[in-house]
Design a protein around this ligand. Structure first.
Ligand code: TYD
Length: 215
């Protein structure tokens, strides 16, 4: 059986992490070997880079340095974990991937889109997911959910919030960016209305996965 690489994208509080887990269980229940991973991170080295990028006191990176760190972690992730898993016929589900860099660093922070695409090409050599789910939600709703989730899971504010603390305006640009990227990649990216219940979202996603498998 051939491997399948599925990514989840979206702004804060869209429910990606929940849906990644549900889809993981869906495949497991059907006897498939599934790897659940995330970005930034996914390898021990990538997790170290993650701390530099997402912790509140991780550092004041220039836009280029920030992009290079995301791609450094991603290159390790693809070579050490994702490609070997796919070659072994496994399903890889990843919470965020390259679309996040174009959306956050490009559309959100205004870093040059062509430079990001070039870095992507140089580091990953056209390696892209087979399927991507973009969980779309209005930023004010998503941020409310995300802050409530942080408080309920940690009892206090998590410190992995460097990006969550940015202004609403940033998150509006981010959402528009993700939708733009989806429009440019209609075969790969499926936009899911993330205001629906977790069950409804799960149903929509598994329908698409089944249709993809049937092709
Ligand atoms: P995480 O806690 O995983 O956020 P979420 O639960 O929203 O996925 O933290 C990852 C943060 O890093 C998130 O705010 C998005 C940001 N990010 C980028 O800015 N660029 C990227 O390429 C990636 C992968 C993540």
């Amino acid at each position: 059986m051939s491997g399948l690489f599925i990514t989840f994208e979206g702004g804060e509080g869209a429910g990606k992490t929940t849906q990644c887990r549900l889809l993981h269980d869906y495949f497991k229940g059907r006897g498939r070997d599934v790897v659940l991973t995330r970005e930034p991170g996914g390898t021990p080295e990538g997790e170290k880079i993650r701390n530099l990028l997402v912790q509140r006191d991780g550092g004041q990176w220039t836009p280029m340095a920030e992009c290079l760190l995301f791609f450094a972690a991603r290159q390790m992730h693809v070579e050490k974990l994702i490609k070997p898993a796919l070659a072994a016929g496994k399903i890889v589900i990843c919470d965020r991937f390259s679309d996040s860099t174009l959306a956050y660093q490009g559309y959100g922070h205004g870093f040059d889109h062509d430079t990001i695409r070039t870095l992507d090409r140089v580091t990953l050599q056209h390696f892209t997911p087979h399927l991507t789910f973009l969980l779309d939600i209005a930023p004010d709703q998503g941020l409310k959910r995300s802050l409530a989730h942080n408080q309920s899971t940690t009892g206090s504010q998590s410190t992995e919030d460097r990006f969550e603390h940015l202004k609403l305006e940033f998150h509006e640009k981010l959402r528009a960016g993700f939708l733009d990227i989806a429009q440019q990649n209609p075969g790969r990216i499926h936009v899911i209305d993330a205001t629906q219940s977790a069950d409804q979202i799960y149903f929509a996603i598994t329908k698409i996965v089944e249709a993809f498998h049937a092709v």
